[in-house]
Design a protein around this ligand. Structure first.
Ligand code: PBG
Ligand code: ZN
Length: 321
């Protein structure tokens, strides 16, 4: 008779048969970079996560290196916002400056930049507004300018998050024709219009001032559409495709893993982080175990790469073993 408990008898045998291994090598840590100097400010709804200005960020980067976290994705809090998000295209804007600073002082870090406009527009939408909605193709033109500003600054990889149709094709073309064919694109291919982004919008000051993002982000009820979106990105040249958020969409992560032969990333978003931190603070859950179980579930679902605010906590727990 098959007795499943035989293989659960001790830690050694459980380790031998474990199917999913979480590693610090799979993890990307998001950083919020504020242009205004002198800033180290904790985000109220994301305990343990701070906005840093470049003059204060070294302590954070030193800690990442120490913990073995070698990939970061950069988000901006620029000083100036306007209707078209001009600062996003400024070659000496905060993100190009941050890329140059990190690549110079921490060459061992792999720097990924967010490619989108919501952090830079005064209305908080992910592109240029015409007739009360984001104009897809006008936004693509500006995304090209943003991506080249980051590429010239030395970014390692770019991650367009705005859900404009045709983004990956246009960015690939812009990069290739300007001598940056070596920079990979991680597409936010399957990004849902989710309430789980709430704390991020506090962190990045990027909440839309009117309407919502449902004309460009996906309907949470849709599953086959995820395959269509991801197919487009792969055909357009995405090197990595992403599902976002992660936890309410583990089925989608698995669908993509089973359908495509490119690496799959999952974004364990701000609201997912905030819920664990809140319950942990109240003592309602064993926070450390919940963090590891959660990240493991994302890998088990099929993610090769996890973008998570728990990166530092997870790295410490993995070291402890
Ligand atoms: C914006 C963007 C968002 C996140 C990353 N890039 C939020 C949004 O669409 O409003 C969310 C990340 C998170 O919640 O952690 N392009
Ligand atoms: Zn955006």
């Amino acid at each position: 008779m098959f007795r499943p408990r035989r293989l659960r008898k001790s830690p050694v045998i459980r380790n031998l048969v474990r199917e999913t291994q979480l590693s610090v090598n799979d993890i990307i840590y998001p950083l919020f970079i504020e242009e205004k100097p002198g800033i180290k400010k904790e985000i109220a709804s994301m305990p343990g996560i701070f906005r840093f200005s470049l003059d204060k960020i070294s302590e954070e980067l030193d800690e990442l290196i120490e913990l073995g976290i070698h990939s970061v994705v950069l988000f901006a809090i620029p000083l100036e916002k306007d209707a078209i998000g001009s600062e996003a295209m400024n070659e000496s804007g905060i993100i190009p400056e941050a890329i140059r600073f990190i690549k110079k002082n921490y060459p061992q870090l792999y720097v990924i930049s967010d490619i989108c406009f919501c952090e830079y527009t005064d209305h908080g939408h992910c592109g240029i507004i015409h007739d009360n909605d984001v104009d897809n193709d006008a936004t693509l033109t500006n995304l090209n300018k943003q991506v080249l500003a980051h590429a010239k600054a030395g970014v390692d990889m770019v991650a367009p998050s705005g859900m404009m149709d045709g983004t990956v094709a246009t960015l690939r073309e812009a990069l290739d024709t300007n001598g940056f064919s070596q920079i990979p694109i991680m597409g936010y291919s399957v990004k849902y219009a989710s309430a789980y982004y709430g704390p991020f919008r506090d962190a990045a000051d990027s909440a839309p001032t009117f309407g919502d993002r449902r004309t460009y982000q996906m309907d949470p009820a849709n599953r086959t559409e995820a395959i269509r979106e991801a197919t487009l990105d792969v055909e357009e040249g995405a090197d990595i495709i992403m599902v976002k958020p992660a936890l309410a969409y583990l089925d989608i992560i698995r669908d993509l893993k089973n359908t495509f032969d490119v690496p799959i990333a999952a974004y364990n978003v701000s609201g997912e982080y905030a819920m664990i931190k809140a319950a942990g603070e109240k003592g309602w859950i064993d926070e450390e175990r919940v963090i590891m179980e959660t990240l493991t579930s994302i890998k088990r679902a099929g993610a090769d790469i996890i973008i998570t605010y728990h990166a530092k906590e997870a790295a410490k727990l993995l070291k402890k073993g």
